[in-house]
Write a protein that binds this ligand. Structure first.
Ligand SMILES: NC(=O)C1=CN([C@@H]2O[C@H](COP(=O)(O)OP(=O)(O)OC[C@H]3O[C@@H](n4cnc5c(N)ncnc54)[C@H](OP(=O)(O)O)[C@@H]3O)[C@@H](O)[C@H]2O)C=CC1
Ligand SMILES: O=C(O)C1=N[C@H](C(=O)O)C[C@H](O)C1
Length: 265
């Protein structure tokens, strides 16, 4: 069976990589792209794609679904759009594979409920790279023994959300295994706002944004006289594509929402 795939955000850095990956993949067909700005006949009109790429572009997700009947919607857009796209897809029985980050915990809970009600598969993956999943799992394990943790995530300077989805997911996974605690000196105070980073259950998350970076994270664990550092680097966006393909194939047999690739590997 061929999986019919639509991509929201096809013009973006991740989106164009996903377009090219789906096109090369046996058993998948790219049936449509969702844009909000570019109105045209097909992806062939965009310079970044081959002039033979006759994949229609839609600006309305409901129209896209009615006219091209995708099985899966890959969303690689932005934090402002992704919740609505995911909701509309689920309501039309189209399975979302979501790489876009920036969900609130309330939005995740609502979408989990909706997917369950509709009995439609959905994967929300804050990071598709296998190395990043392992980094998070190792960090979760380490936190059982070394509960004083700080997360430093480092990204390119075009990133819209902070902390990164991976930084938040790492902190959520660590929260599952350790008692919440206040770290640092009990009387510490910031002389410049934000100096200690974002506070997640007592863990500090620091967000670095610089040109030249892609996606990098270090998780630091301090103990008496010792420091453990767990680090992952994505040097390009191809690093995410095996994970995207795995999710598109796996979501076809799910009937609920899965948040995080570590839960289905
Ligand atoms: N899960 C993972 O492993 C990874 C996740 N990401 C996440 O994926 C998302 C995209 O990242 P990236 O490709 O770097 O970002 P880009 O800004 O390069 O791409 C996003 C694209 O989506 C378009 N877009 C915005 N709103 C809409 C909409 N409503 N409908 C359709 N298209 C829309 C943007 O258009 P315009 O620029 O004109 O506004 C842009 O072309 C981010 O949230 C990022 O955090 C990134 C890498 C890996
Ligand atoms: O915006 C990015 O680039 C990335 N976003 C995801 C995140 O927020 O964690 C995944 C990866 O870090 C790249």
């Amino acid at each position: 069976m061929t999986i019919k795939v639509a991509i929201a955000g096809a013009r973006g850095k991740m989106g164009r990589e996903a377009v090219n990956t789906v096109l090369k993949r046996d058993g998948m067909e790219l049936v449509a792209a969702l844009d909000y700005k570019y109105v045209g006949e097909s992806l062939a009109e965009l310079e970044i794609f081959s002039p033979n790429l006759n994949v229609p572009i839609y600006t309305d997700l409901t129209n896209l679904i009615q006219e091209t009947t995708p099985d899966v919607l890959i969303d690689l857009t932005n934090p402002q759009s992704v919740y609505e796209h995911t909701k509309v897809a689920l309501l039309h029985n189209v399975r979302p594979v979501v790489g876009t980050t920036g969900f609130t915990e309330e939005q995740l809970a609502e979408l989990t409920h909706l997917a369950e009600e509709q009995q439609v598969g959905c994967i929300i993956a804050p990071n598709f790279a296998i190395g990043a999943i392992l980094m998070m799992k190792f960090a979760q394990e380490a936190a059982k023994y070394l509960p004083n943790v700080e997360i430093i995530e480092m990204h390119h300077d075009r990133k819209l959300d902070a902390p990164s989805g991976t930084g938040v997911k790492t902190a959520q996974m660590i929260r599952e295994v350790r008692e919440g605690r206040k770290q640092g000196h009990p009387s510490e105070h910031e002389t410049i706002d934000g100096a200690r980073g974002a506070d997640f259950d007592g863990m500090r998350i620091h967000s670095v944004r610089l040109p030249g970076l892609v996606a990098h994270q270090q998780v630091l664990f301090g103990g008496e006289g010792q420091l453990l550092t767990i680090r992952h680097d994505s040097f390009n966006r191809e690093s995410f594509m095996d994970g995207v393909m795995y999710c598109v194939e796996t979501v076809m047999s799910l009937d609920r929402l899965v948040y995080g690739l570590e839960n289905i590997l």
